[in-house]
Design a binder for this molecule. Structure first.
Ligand SMILES: Nc1nc2c(ncn2[C@@H]2O[C@H](COP(=O)(O)OP(=O)(O)OP(=O)(O)O)[C@@H](O)[C@H]2O)c(=O)[nH]1
Length: 740
């Protein structure tokens, strides 16, 4: 049930919302608008205020009557009937506004906005006259409009009218059949000075409609996810105690897994012996009728990752510290994560069965990290346990329940479910499967829901023992099927009314995600750098520099970074020696960077990945060329008229020396072809050591024009004899590309 809205109370008391807000403020009750919810004690206080002021109110009515009488006298009128409806807003105000408001209006001396309304109205009237006189055609149109208005007015809609999140006064008038003047009049009474084209929010429109006795409904606004989800806050009296949700954390090998197993086994033996436990990422244990939910994802990653996504799932963190090892780096990390997440820590001092166990040393070390054990006067509960020998497990569970009791964990089981995905996967047979921790409400088989960017209907719902459930209340971890797609861990699941709503929201979210992804996924390239700078999309140009020697890496990095200007900052985010690898491309893709290769080549796999990821790789042999290219790109003057097309590769397998032609590389064409007239480069360990022309290309003793894949040949290079076995000869050509 929802709390009473201020405007509803105002209506009951027969006063305007504004009046009520002012009164409430006088009595220090903080209410901002007419849609505000009021607590019952506030309602009472407000009612009291008005009862005390009843007398004043009566006087006011008398005064109002007097004003009306005076007004009639001024107009030489003596009966109410003779008061004709007034055309101008100003006159209309006189009719309906009480003394207070009238004087307030007067004191404002027609503010700009008020003037506008009045002059609008005047213009409208004048316009009508002019049109009727001078322009028959247009005049007709106006008359038609006027008649239509009258018709609508006569037919006040009986069915609720659908309105989106906002509506203009004009549209509201058309929909409700009330004249613009009538609507503006009502708005003025609420203290809202509006013009014909003013947008009213739904709440205001609802209020005005209510004043006219017209029912309105919120039209499902595609953007209004909040409304569709209808995730209302629970009333205190609807909240019931719920089991705590616990995460186990600690340093590697201190016994997290063993402890989780020990807890589970203790529980299985105690309750359903022989039950086959499945891994669903979370499970519920029963301690003498009281329940605890454990997240079966050891380590703080689980809740830190979820916290990063805005989901808080853990109530209590059990910090496992091995008694023979003490506080270690990951213990400290876990403490910090738990503290940051505002989660209570219970320390399980594990491995107490071991010879070197020293629980006191652990406690001492804990104090150094802000955890003072209870028995030392602090408030951190420390439980000595042995996961291996199953010592102290029940005590630990008791302590968890005690802390939970102190935390007064509550939820409302009687509402639509809301939960968080703990784990999700694609199952070959069952399709997308997710383990969801229900955090509020009750999830029922058959419920429709939205989760992250996807949606679904609960087809099956099971616990960690594979038992089918029809219902799952707060703090229950369940595995569900029936999802359209696999959600992400940390996604929030919310039950909605029907499939249509579920789909509507998930479609909307998908579209939003796609848009965001598109924007962030738009890879930078030198070709469109200028336009991206211009549109403000690029403020930084990230570069990854790969070169043949370390000296070049530094020189290229520094020269390029110096090109930074006010519009764009050039940042060499990574530099290294050697061929451009897949890792470089992945890094560039993730950081939206361009790769600059200086006397190096990309590995074939890196090239393929770069094409797929749309990472721009630029290869240079002279620093000056790289500088010039980037400078031109920044000015939008890069002229990428040619692009390099690799024709093929040959591997050098033997070297022959011939006094007449120099060194001959006995090679094997591994891919594509080698053409005598095209350019070639020699690559040794990913580094370009020569770029030039072929001086002779032979098959056996014959000169040939080209050699295809799978054939052997002899290659000699112009002015280059330093070729070695294992070198790669890359044959390429420069192709003109049409300008965009
Ligand atoms: N003696 C003794 N050994 C234990 C106890 N608890 C765990 N161990 C041993 O300690 C080792 C590490 O235990 P795990 O439960 O795998 O520790 P963990 O913290 O889950 O380790 P990671 O998952 O690798 O971080 C295993 O060899 C366990 O058998 C205990 O109470 N006593």
């Amino acid at each position: 049930m929802s709390k009473k809205r201020l405007y509803e109370l105002a209506k009951e008391l027969g006063v305007s919302s504004k009046e009520l807000i002012n009164k409430a403020k006088e009595a220090n009750i903080n209410i901002n608008n007419h849609m505000s919810n009021i607590e019952s004690h506030e309602e009472k206080a407000i009612r009291d205020l008005f009862t005390n002021n009843e007398k004043r109110a009566e006087n006011k009515t008398e005064n109002k009557e007097k004003v009306n009488i005076d007004y009639r006298r001024r107009n030489n009128q003596n009966s109410t009937e003779s008061l004709k409806p007034k055309e101008s807003v100003r006159d209309a105000i006189k009719d309906v506004i009480n003394e207070d408001f009238e004087s307030e209006f007067r004191s404002k001396k027609l503010t700009k906005k008020n003037k506008k309304i009045v002059s609008n109205k005047k213009n409208e009237d004048n316009a009508k006259k002019t049109y009727n006189k001078n322009d028959k055609k247009k005049g007709k149109q106006i008359n038609v409009q006027v008649n239509k208005d009258e018709n609508i007015q006569a037919n006040v809609p009986k069915k609720p009218i659908k309105i989106g999140s906002t509506i203009t006064v004009k549209d509201f008038s058309e929909k409700t059949g009330k004249t613009v003047a009538e609507i503006i009049k009502k708005l003025l009474l609420l203290g809202v000075v509006a013009t014909i084209n003013q947008e009213l929010d739904f709440d205001t429109a609802a209020l005005i409609a209510d004043e006219f006795g017209i029912k309105i409904e919120r039209a499902i606004d595609k953007d209004d996810e909040e409304l569709l989800l209808n995730d209302v806050e629970d009333k205190e009296e609807d909240l019931k105690p719920r089991p705590p949700v616990v995460t186990i954390m600690g340093h590697v090998d201190h016994g997290k897994t063993s402890l989780l197993d020990a807890i589970r086994q203790t529980n299985v033996i105690a309750t359903e012996a022989g039950g086959i436990t499945q891994h669903i990422g979370a499970y519920m244990v029963n301690v003498e009728g009281r329940k605890i939910a454990f997240l079966d994802t050891p380590g703080h990653e689980a809740f830190t990752a979820m916290r990063a996504r805005g989901a808080k799932v853990t109530d209590i963190a059990v910090l496992v510290v091995a008694a023979d090892d003490g506080v270690m780096p990951q213990t400290i990390e876990a403490i910090n994560h738990a503290k940051a997440a505002n989660v209570t820590i219970i320390v399980a001092i594990n491995k107490i069965d071991k010879a070197g166990a020293n629980p006191d040393r652990v406690k001492q070390e804990l104090t150094e990290h802000g955890l003072l054990p209870e028995d030392w006067g602090g408030d951190t509960i420390c439980v000595p346990v042995s996961a291996k020998k199953k010592i102290g497990i029940e005590n630990l569970l008791e302590m968890i329940l005690l802390v939970a009791e102190m935390q007064e964990l509550k939820a409302n089981p009687n509402r639509k479910a809301k939960g968080t995905v703990i784990e999700a996967k694609l199952d070959k047979n069952r399709g997308p499967v997710a383990t969801v921790l229900i955090q509020n409400g009750t999830l029922n088989a058959g419920d429709f829901f939205v989760v992250g960017n996807t949606h679904g209907k609960v087809r099956t719902m099971t616990d960690e023992k594979g038992k089918n459930l029809k219902k799952a209340g707060p703090s229950t971890p369940v595995e569900i099927t029936g999802l359209a797609e696999v959600p992400d861990a940390g996604d929030i699941l919310i039950v909605v009314d029907d499939e249509k709503v579920a789909k509507q929201i998930s479609d909307k979210r998908k579209e939003k995600y796609r848009q965001e992804h598109l924007q962030s996924g738009q890879k930078i390239s030198l070709d469109d750098l200028f336009s991206q700078i211009q549109s403000g999309k690029v403020k930084e140009l990230n570069l990854i520099v790969k070169a043949d020697v370390q000296g070049s890496v530094e020189a290229v990095k520094q020269s390029l970074e110096k090109l930074s200007n006010d519009e764009v900052k050039i940042k060499a985010i990574h530099g290294g020696v050697g061929a451009i690898t897949e890792t470089d491309v992945t890094f560039a893709s993730a950081s939206n960077a361009i790769i600059i290769g200086f006397n190096v080549r990309p590995q074939a796999s890196a090239m393929t990945l770069a094409e797929k990821e749309k990472v721009d790789i630029r290869l240079y042999r002279v620093i000056y060329d790289a500088i010039e290219d980037i400078q031109s790109a920044m000015k939008g003057m890069l002229e990428p008229e040619y692009k390099e097309v690799v024709l093929g590769h040959a591997e050098v397998r033997a070297i022959f020396k011939a006094s007449s032609i120099g060194t001959i590389a006995g090679s094997y064409v591994t891919d594509g072809k080698v053409n005598r007239n095209n350019d070639v480069r020699v690559i040794r360990d990913g580094v370009v050591i020569y770029e030039g022309k072929i001086s002779s290309l032979k098959r056996f003793k014959d000169d040939v024009k080209e050699v295809n894949t799978g054939f052997e040949c002899g290659i000699s290079l112009e002015k280059f004899n330093d070729i070695k076995e294992g070198d790669i000869i890359e044959c390429f050509t420069m192709e003109a590309i049409p300008r965009k």
